[in-house]
Design a protein around this ligand. Structure first.
Ligand code: FE2
Length: 197
């Protein structure tokens, strides 16, 4: 067994803090079961390989197959859970606000586009807002464990479109799951990610 293992990052808020939009039960399964399984599987898969001891982003960019899937899912989920708050800032600020205005005509139009992309993504995957080095914004849909990191873009926010993200609370109503997502998305986190890129 290797000594340098990835570990499950704790939720940055109480497990019931996002109710009623995302329930404690959903977070229990999504974080403590699904995300934990990706992290554990990744540790198992890289044990004794050239990926052992490598930073997670590098593994994502250099791997494929099961190692890529579990590495990307581990990274995607930590990034996903970190963007919520029980007291979210409801709209972007500063440079991100200006970039969204310039690219999409405002945050409501961006949310409509990302929601439409989430609803039309077939099967499991992620819908991302990402930025390039110049600060240009891109909405990117990725199947399965896909991430814009592999295209050299900086992720800013992501909608988890896997059924496990919403099925307990909203069953097959993905529309309601995405609507709830926007209620707890903390734009101060997203603006800070943009400023830091
Ligand atoms: Fe997920």
């Amino acid at each position: 067994m290797t000594t340098s293992k990835f570990s499950l990052a704790p939720l940055p808020y109480d497990i019931s803090a996002l109710e009623p939009h995302i329930s404690e039960q959903t977070l229990h399964y999504h974080h403590d079961k699904h995300m934990a399984a990706y992290v554990n599987k990744l540790n198992e898969l890289i044990d004794g390989t050239r990926f052992e001891g490598m930073p997670l982003k590098q593994i994502i960019c250099q791997s494929n197959g099961a190692i890529f899937n579990n590495a990307a899912q581990a990274w995607n989920h930590e990034f996903y859970f970190a963007q919520f708050s029980p007291t979210p800032q409801k709209s972007p600020e500063g440079m991100l606000s200006a970039a969204i205005e310039a690219c999409y005509g405002g945050v409501e139009a961006l949310k409509e586009k990302m929601t439409a992309d989430a609803l039309s993504l077939f099967g499991s995957g992620w819908v991302w807002l990402a930025a390039d080095d110049k600060g240009e914004l891109y909405v990117v849909s990725k199947p399965n464990a896909g991430t814009p990191l592999t295209e050299g873009l900086t992720p800013l926010l992501t909608i988890d479109v896997w059924e496990h993200a919403y099925y307990i609370d909203y069953r097959n109503a993905r529309t309601d799951g995405v609507k709830a997502f926007w209620e707890v998305l903390d734009w101060s986190v997203i603006s800070a990610r943009y400023d830091k890129r």
